[in-house]
Design a binder for this molecule. Structure first.
Ligand code: PXL
Length: 280
């Protein structure tokens, strides 16, 4: 069985980060270890959330694992609490990264043109410096704009995306998937791989302002890669699972305003995953 470590916060209410990564990766057949970077009473869409920084624990957890000879097939990083933690994660990549394992970084700090509460431009610059250490980065379009220093545009086209890719390449980033790209009536992802191959996956736009969909994409994409899917298939599966989940959430008129019903669509994810696995 493949083993991954998911490094992101625990939000006690409001499905996102670890409370999405853990169940989704486990359901995809991957042993999922975690490093919680912070504990919040609820994700930051809630007013007055509490925040406990767990930075002190990160080196202790890392050193214990090193003393036990623990290894990972994958490292998935999401929401981090501070610039100091970015340096710690860089150390984790150096200590646990190998030629063979997979490092996926979701540089979570902004969406829809705005930086999330608690983050600033200093954080954006610091996370940009971590991007070249990952095998894949999966920023949304807002984060990609901040990381590259290119002004965010709500209405974008492929020429704009190419400008972002060019800067990311200059920064030494290997493979990038930009999410939440709206073009016309569609929403999707655009990918540029290290061998300069490009592809995109677009579906009809679903207008639903839920938190956690980026985390759902990153977890599913990473889990699919660890299950042996190609980058294209992993990205398509992740887009479709997020869309299926948004549709199911909106159909449930008792859904919460603060999170998606991804549990309801896990059977869809399993069916699709097995179909891909059997087709190779
Ligand atoms: O979904 C990303 C995310 C993760 N963790 C926390 C968040 C958010 C988005 O706002 O607030 C705490």
């Amino acid at each position: 069985m493949k083993r991954i470590v998911s490094i992101q916060d625990i939000s006690c209410i409001g499905k996102c980060s670890q409370t999405i990564a853990l169940p989704v990766l486990s359901a995809m057949g991957i042993e999922t270890s975690i490093i919680p970077t912070a504990i919040l009473s609820a994700h930051t869409m809630f007013p007055d959330f509490t925040f406990r920084d767990l930075s002190e624990d990160i080196p202790k957890i890392k050193n214990h694992w090193l003393s036990q000879g623990v290894t990972f097939d994958g490292i998935l990083t999401g929401y981090l609490g501070s610039v100091k933690q970015i340096e710690m994660i860089s150390g984790i990549y150096k200590d646990f990264g190998t030629e063979k394992n997979l490092i996926v970084l979701d540089p979570v700090f902004a969406d829809k043109g705005r930086i999330y509460p608690g983050f600033d431009m200093e954080y954006a610059k610091a996370i940009a410096s971590l991007c070249s250490q990952a095998d894949y980065i999966v920023p949304n379009i807002t984060e990609a704009a901040y990381i590259t220093g290119i002004p965010y545009r709500e209405v974008c086209d492929m020429a704009y995306i190419e400008t972002i890719f060019d800067v990311l390449t200059q920064m030494g980033v290997k493979n990038t998937i930009i999410t939440s790209v709206h073009i016309g009536d569609e929403n999707g992802i655009v990918c540029r791989l290290a061998n300069n191959r490009r592809f995109s996956v677009f579906r009809s736009n679903i207008d639903a302002p839920f938190h956690g969909t980026g985390d759902l994409f990153a977890s599913t994409f990473t889990g699919a890669l660890l299950n042996g899917l190609s980058t294209e298939d992993a990205a398509e599966l992740a887009v479709d699972y997020v869309n299926e989940t948004l549709c199911a959430t909106l159909k449930n008129n008792k859904h919460n305003w603060y999170g998606v019903d991804f549990e309801a669509t896990l059977p869809y994810l399993m069916d699709r995953l097995y179909a891909y696995s059997n087709s190779y």
